[in-house]
Write a protein that binds this ligand. Structure first.
Ligand SMILES: [Mg+2]
Length: 364
């Protein structure tokens, strides 16, 4: 089989209102922008993948076609090495690897998780918020999620004072597992800078969280390449420390393991590793007793890819983004169906490949 070309589409979907993601400080997000790629083959099989984008789009269809045309899609590692050189001259290309697995799975007539040795069992979900809200508003949100069957909720803290919202939620829900994400690993600084934390700020918040109790993990309290800082923090607190969602390439994830820096490793297959390396990193994490719970907040194709990796890795949690107007339907607008949770569990798709179909109208 040979790849015959790549077609790129910039897709934009309007939200019903806006929300203010902590990872784009000061930016009211009112649309979901995606670059969708179709990797075509001479076998008539097309692989799908997608990457997050921004207003106006980011076009790199021509270089991708030059790099990929003529390649045999099953040669995942060789193609990945080629894609690494795209990273030298332009955009991050890791998401392209997802399309190879879509082709490989469709060719084999099997879901990707099965090719990776995983099971199709349902995975428990935690509801993942996207913004900081006032305590009363957030308590209402958490009640809605608990009523829907979610078994845990992840809250955001942009500034140190936001830990008071976590405390208020804890008082209303004494037994609910809570994750807390500081989003200090990276930020899109288009409107404003995030509040930067030094080690002692992160430690101060970690101590507050330890006092609040029942914290499943404290996520990205430091810049994503500060491996030593993460290791020191983990040493100094009993609150589990999480990170690595956007660390570029597997080597950076192994550095977290080498430094004994994390309790929970979170590389997103669509942003950091691709599928094969994601599974390899998960295996290495397991050997060290580190949990593997990937970030999933991209789009429906990225969510599906991470579900396959989670199914192969036996992840204990699935991040389920929900911050209205950012809903599952908005996340998955490019797909024919929507990934819903059922009573707090989500099941990996069991169709061939990634198991997703494009929405009929999305390509216009
Ligand atoms: Mg995060």
């Amino acid at each position: 089989m040979q790849i015959t070309g790549v077609t790129q589409h910039h897709l934009s979907h309007q939200l019903d209102g806006h929300f203010e993601p902590t990872w784009i400080p000061g930016y009211p997000q009112s649309s979901h922008e995606v670059e969708l790629f179709e990797v075509e083959t001479d076998a008539g099989i097309t692989g799908l993948c997608a990457s997050p984008s921004f207003a106006g789009g980011l076009s790199y269809e021509t270089p991708l076609s030059l790099f990929l045309t003529g390649e045999e899609p099953h040669d995942v590692d060789a193609i990945r090495r080629k894609l690494e050189s795209i990273d030298l001259i332009g955009p991050r290309p890791w998401h392209l690897e997802l399309a190879l697995w879509d082709i490989i799975g469709k060719d084999a007539g099997k879901p990707v998780y099965e090719l990776l040795g995983g099971s199709g069992d349902a995975i428990p979900c935690y509801a993942s918020t996207g913004e900081v809200q006032a305590a009363d508003e957030r308590i209402e949100y958490v009640q809605d999620r608990v009523d829907e069957g979610f078994q845990a909720v992840k809250l955001r803290v942009a500034e140190k004072e936001d830990v008071e919202v976590v405390r208020a939620v804890r008082e209303s829900f004494p037994d609910l597992p809570l994750m807390v994400d500081a989003n200090k690993g990276w930020a899109v600084r288009v409107m404003a800078n995030e509040e930067r934390w030094r080690y002692k700020d992160a430690l101060e918040v970690a101590r507050e969280l330890a006092d609040i109790g029942g914290i499943e993990w404290f996520e990205e309290p430091l810049p994503r390449h500060d491996y030593e800082g993460y290791a020191r923090l983990r040493e100094a607190t009993d609150v589990p420390i999480a990170g690595g969602e956007f660390n570029d390439r597997p080597g950076e994830l192994y550095r977290f393991l080498d430094h004994d820096a994390l309790d929970v490793l979170q590389p997103d297959a669509a942003l950091a590793t691709g599928i094969r390396a994601g599974v390899s990193v998960a295996e290495a994490a397991e050997e060290q007793g580190v949990e593997f719970v990937p970030h999933t907040w991209t789009n429906g194709i990225g969510f599906a890819a991470n579900l396959h990796v989670m199914a192969a890795a036996g992840s204990p949690w699935c991040e389920f983004p929900i911050e209205p107007p950012w809903t599952p339907e908005v996340r998955d607008f490019l797909l024919e169906g929507t990934f819903h949770h059922e009573d707090g569990y989500v099941t990996p798709p069991d169709g061939p490949g990634l198991g997703v179909e494009l929405d009929g109208g999305v390509l216009g």
